[in-house]
Design a protein around this ligand. Sequence first.
Ligand code: OSB
Ligand code: MG
Length: 378
Amino acid sequence: MIVDNDHVKLRKIELTEINLPLIHFFETSFGRTYERRIILVRIEDEDGNEGWGECTCGELPTYSSEWTDGCWATIKQILGPMLLKDEIDSALGVWDLMSPMKGNRMSKATLETAVWDLEAKALGVPLAKHLGGVRDEIVSGVSIGIQDTLEDLIEKIRVEVDAGYKRIKIKIKPGWDHDVLAAVRAEFGDILLMGDANSAYTLDDVELFRRMEKFGLMMYEQPLSHDDIVDHAKLQSAIETPICLDESIHSPADARKAIELGACRIINIKLGRVGGHSEARAIQKVAREKGIPVWCGGMLEGGIGRAHNIAMSTLEGFTMPGDVSASARYWHEDIIEPEVFVSTEGTIDVPTGPGIGFEVKRGRIDDLTVKRCKITEA
Ligand code: OSB
Ligand code: MG
């Protein structure tokens, strides 16, 4: 970044796809993931400052419409060249610069978050501070996928509760819900517990949600369709347990409408889903002004995505434990150093170095690389 006139002129954008096998498969209501295909972006400005971003899309368009090869093409052919073309006012302006292109928020976030990292590094400040964060530690929860057996689930929960995690989220779907929650409550008593349905239910299931109220969940996350807010408002008016929206919220406007309609009492913010730090910050502000707590969701990120999640979670509105957990829960070896570590109190210390505050392990990334490309001009 050319600090004297406060503009960024990017010189190079480098895209790398890595293949990172999960220690244990992760199953949601839409299927199992065994290994992640992750797109990393490294940007460099004319002064040699660098910034890193990670694309949080899935391998298939099951969570949202974005997926690995689609994001690769979108970043390489459209968004990357846009950023190389002109000077950028600041990281805050990157979202607007890309706004002529509709949607593709995960692709946009990959680049936008990298510019935030670069800008913070150029200024020599931690990204969390640069974003306006107010915390030096964040509270961590875990997301536990659907297991082959109830015994496997109980065992997994025991490991995480013993490790100190403050909130347990389990994935639910029709047939893996009421009785599973009953068993978890019977085993673990009044732990902070929630269920994430990833859109697996419809309004025909209102009675089931009513029957599950007795489990005193903190929230049901995204029980109904990924693109709905109206039916969620109907469900919310029929039950006491708060609804938290994940898939349905892409923008500050979505957040405002969902809150005004009564579709949710809590919002999960994911950097990729909302298009990066600027939009995430705007959404937490809308929610905070309306008294709605937010928390940071996860997308099975590698270390770079995890680091950006930690920085975002320091913003004022993030008052509930998020899904940002230790690297070691997912990876034999992460791509950053140190790895993300969670204390026995279930907290993560916010790094104090410049930018994302973690060293990116270039050698480890090289070992995992499937393909790479450089975008050098518009
Ligand atoms: O809905 O929160 C979700 C993972 C992939 C896709 C969607 C979701 C998730 C998680 C993982 O719950 C949370 C994590 O990264 O630890
Ligand atoms: Mg979710």
